[in-house]
Write a protein that binds this ligand. Structure first.
Ligand code: 5GP
Length: 201
């Protein structure tokens, strides 16, 4: 008998290195699947529909909201992003662990609607480091940079939404810490009750 999969939510300010950490985490735990979100933003070069995101028009997205297809949905920097419910729940039911990269608004909705989720907040060791990383990435102009640093400060106050905090002093170490959290959560008694009852039968 297999227990239900874990829904692992990863959030963190823009530039903190979530993408790299998730990539490394999946090398440590290759069975963990990545949740594919729906978004209204334009695909970037190399991004494929159904692989990186499901790219949808605003009208299509709004219809999906009306049809109750999202576990959570949020507007992030003028675009919409959401986690489609049916695909996720099927994977969890089949025993797969799924990881979703969500903003803090989305994570807050997940905390309410799916409290057994494992919500992890990735933070930079300090804000100067975040500014340095955002500058090095070179995707933001001066205004964009200020906006993202300001947003990061406000976002820090959202820490209560999460069960765990992981400081990204080094992406490899941060990924290892998250892998350990996942391993520990897999062993939680509450998640294994059916298996234990089966043993007692
Ligand atoms: P990007 O446009 O760079 O791919 O993603 C920007 C941000 O959107 C991510 O860092 C993440 O915080 C947020 N995001 C991506 N997918 C989802 C989702 O399904 N739900 C929510 N709430 N936020 C998402």
């Amino acid at each position: 008998m297999k227990s239900k999969g874990l829904f692992i939510v990863i959030s963190g300010p823009s530039g903190v290195g979530k993408g790299t950490i998730i990539e490394r985490l999946r090398k440590i735990l290759p069975d963990v699947r990545k949740s594919v979100s729906v978004t209204t933003r334009e695909p970037r070069e190399g991004e494929r529909d159904g692989q990186h995101y499901y790219f949808r028009t605003l009208t299509e997205y709004q219809q999906m909201i009306a049809d109750g297809q999202f576990l959570e949905t949020a507007e992030v920097y003028t675009n919409f992003y959401g986690t489609p419910k049916d695909i996720l729940f099927k994977q969890l039911k089949d025993g797969h662990d799924v990881i979703g990269e969500l903003d803090t608004l989305g994570a807050r909705q997940v905390k309410k609607s799916y409290p057994e989720s494992v919500r992890i907040y990735v933070l930079p060791p300090n804000l100067d480091e975040l500014e340095r990383r955002l500058k090095a990435r070179g995707t933001e102009d001066e205004d964009g940079l200020k906006r993202r640093i300001g947003a990061a400060r406000r976002e820090l106050d959202e820490y209560r939404t999460y069960n765990y905090v992981v400081f990204n002093d080094d992406p490899e170490k941060a990924a290892e810490r998250i892998a350990k959290i996942v391993e520990a959560e897999r062993c939680a008694v509450a998640r294994n009750q059916d298996i234990i009852k089966g043993l007692l039968r």
